[in-house]
Design a protein around this ligand. Sequence first.
Ligand code: EPZ
Length: 416
Amino acid sequence: MSKLVITGGQRLEGRVAVSGRKNAAVAMIPAALLAEGTSTIENLPDIQDVRVYQDIVQHLGVQMERREDGVMEINPAGFSCTQPPHSLVKKLRASYYLLGVLLAKFGEAEVAMPGGCDIGVRPIDQHIKGFEALGVEISIEHGVIKAKARELRGASVYLDVVSVGATINLMLVATMAKGTTIIENAAKEPHVVDLATCLNTMGAEIRGAGTDIIRIRGVKELHGCNHAIIPDEIEAATFMIAAAATGGDIVVENVIPKHLDPVTAKLRETGAEVEENGDYLRVRGNGRPRAVNVKTLPYPGFPTDAQQPMTAFLSIADGTSFVTETVWEGRFKHVDELRRMGSKVKVEGRTAIIEGVEGLTGAQVQATDLRAGAALIIAGLMAEGKTEICGIEHVDRGYERPEEKFRSLGAVMERV
Ligand code: EPZ
């Protein structure tokens, strides 16, 4: 088990470039399998979830290779197997997009229940409700989802909860269904829009992505395409919060400022300065942050994936902050670890109550999930002394070469 060792107290300064969005990447790879020809995907981050997905699709007979110039080439010509290996499927959450793709392509699928961060129950009832509406017979036996559809027919699906996964899975399965599918109460995250853009480039007919109602008119077949993935606004948010947390002054490059609006607004409330420009942001810390209240909500609300790093940052705020996590009921596991570093935070139901302290002290802590790891990096950068973060493989699932990027900003951080 590798770990990150951080010596805190350094102001972060300099420029850092954000990689492609993890949650777009793990949707774009399965989407490319729908095509009759080869697709090329640019800006695909070199993170563990992408490497696992590459392993899965190669088991399914698909050629997926990263070229010298970093562009990923996906050729589904040999795509034939409808049963991805359970051991790999369980390594990440987004493997469940294979259900939508296998059903659209072959009319059947056998996919183990997904894995992913342990941040709550993470049901898939909305995916199942949508598939059944399109004529899929689906059951879960011994932890494996078995699905079959003689013919996929477009239908209207009203999602009970705003679900990124269900929205994406239904977009995928509906691309070549007979007739039109309407998804109501759809997720509006930037990567939902990015996926719709990619699928339309492949010949799909998707309208309304980014709004509550997405309409997919089924087409006969899809062809390969070239698509560049949007930047990862959660990685960007992590660097922005790190800059504010260390009183630093950094430029975060390769971002779409609009996607960061809720994070920018909240950081400004704490007193940090955020300057927006074309495709980069400049973030400056401004002394001890003011306490603020945060409530996570689906986009364009404050992103749940930035909640954990934000909670770490607010540990040193001047005052008491209330952070309410409305999306995942189990997303406060980082709080126990922050307490080891002196944070005065307690959780009541869905709200973390953080009584700001002057500063944190380094300690040995454990990353329990991807963004909890990011929160502990923020805390380690702020803390006086040395912090050792075990379980850094969680961070590697969603951040590309984290220690290199933070070191380039002046952090004293190494992987051992
Ligand atoms: C995606 O998870 C992301 N993962 C998560 O990011 C992110 O936190 C989440 O969206 C919300 O933005 C990927 O894209 C791979 P949901 P997903 O379906 O699709 C409930 C990270 O850190 N729900 O939008 O699994 C669910 O319990 C990861 O990068 C149902 O009730 O999330 C939750 O309360 C962590 N039934 C809410 O909806 C369902 O069938 C949102 O879940 C599906 C979801």
